[in-house]
Design a protein. Sequence first.
Length: 550
Amino acid sequence: MNFENLAATGYPSLPKYDPRPEEREQQLTRFREDYKFNYYYIPGYPFLEDVPQRENFSGQYWAARLGSLAGLPLNQLASTVRTHLFEPIQDVSDFDHLYAVYQRPEHAHGWLSDESFDEQRLSGCNPQAIRRLDTVPADLPFSDADVQAALGPERSLRTECERGRLYLADYWALAHIRGSTFRDRRRTIPAPRGLFAWDPKTQRLRCIGIQLRREPGARVFRPSDPGLDWLAAKLAFQCADACHQELGTHFAWTHMVMAPFAVVTRRQLALRHPVHLLLAPHFQFFLFDNELGRTTFINPGGAVDKLMGGTLSESLGIPLNLYKQWNLLESSPVRELARRGVDDPALLPRYPFRDDGLLVWHAIVEFVSKYIELYYRDGRDLAEDQELQAWAAELASGTGGRVAGMPPHIDTPAQLAEVLSLVIWACGPLHSVLNFSQWDYINVPNMSYATYAEIPEKVGAVDYATLMNILPPFDQAALQLWWCKILTSYRHDQLGHYAHNFEDPRAQLVLEAFQQRLDSIEREIIAADRNRLVSYPYFRPSRCINSINT
């Protein structure tokens, strides 16, 4: 059986009502043999040991995805020819020649403009990197003078913090990276801190300063610095943001944290269990896609090894650092936004990740809650569902899924609805937003996966040649584009639209109501987008897919 057709396996049945319990248990026994965890591919993290054939991409999927990449070989061939023409890189505009077939993304030179650079903290591909400061940290390297230079007199760190206007992006998860050697050049990934302030007069976020090195007394780069110094600092900051997004908020907080749910669902819930039927579209091709990532993207000689500035071991420390910080119940967008202090529109009026994301989140919660009500009336129904309780226990177990924050026992329908909503959120819209926004932003020169030269600490020491040396060689930039296109070229389906109807007509009515709600949200997001400084289309339900399979 290919799991693409799981929704058509039969009418949903809880274990206590199943007329064929022996068949059900035999199926689960077989699946437990087929799906086993491996904790050694990345030490401490539960990968699937071997991916069963039934999880593979279907022929239709392969054809459609390869078709979406039809222009990539020609674009890459043209880039290969141009490598010889543009090495070494003489001018930032040389990178425009990366796009022989494809249209150059609007934000390709975003780091050149302070306005674009600042807005990427709110509307770019890694909006979860910022948090509002409630107090001024003792080790914050920025001063009142920095605030005044950016915002005007009579401002200070304390006053702006008290007004809820200071925001920090701190890439501590990259601080362990020392770098690697590439063609006799030393490349690395910085671990900067950037301070930003919301300016109510201009209604935009403004950068106060950037510290690239974490040692005491390290230089703070400011917008008032010599122009090339400031460009170099922004370039290094963007490199950190790209790596933090790709391996952290994207890979760790969707691919890694959700994979145990896909594995344990196969192991503990029969195919016709209503929870399995609900989650099946959101796990479609997920485990096979994760395996492709393990064997072609984060493997020795893979994309991460070739493109990112650390050694492979150092680079894999990024997702492990973020994975260890993640907690299931705290990953609710409501809690996650509140924890970072970005939940209040009165303090941060423009933040589309929050504004659009919460619309989709609340629609998912309503859909899942109504679905669960069809099968569980109260805690007794849940307590008697031995499959569901085994599912929760194995997800929480240190010898199972190791999911931080997962309750080992499900006590109420509301608790179950919250857990399932979080899974659908992370596998569907959250992953879609983080994945598909990469094409618009993670491109050279806007965001490189490595810096290829030291950023001088001395004021005025950056000349144009230094700036070009910091950027990657042309062929590395072309390889980054190649991978970015592979990751973002294809959308298999659409959030809330499944390959098959639910066989339970009651569940199908709940699904159709969800689809109508998503259509309404689509119109609302499109209307809001017309008035934004930068378009943010990523949470439009028509642009979100159900599963992590690309």
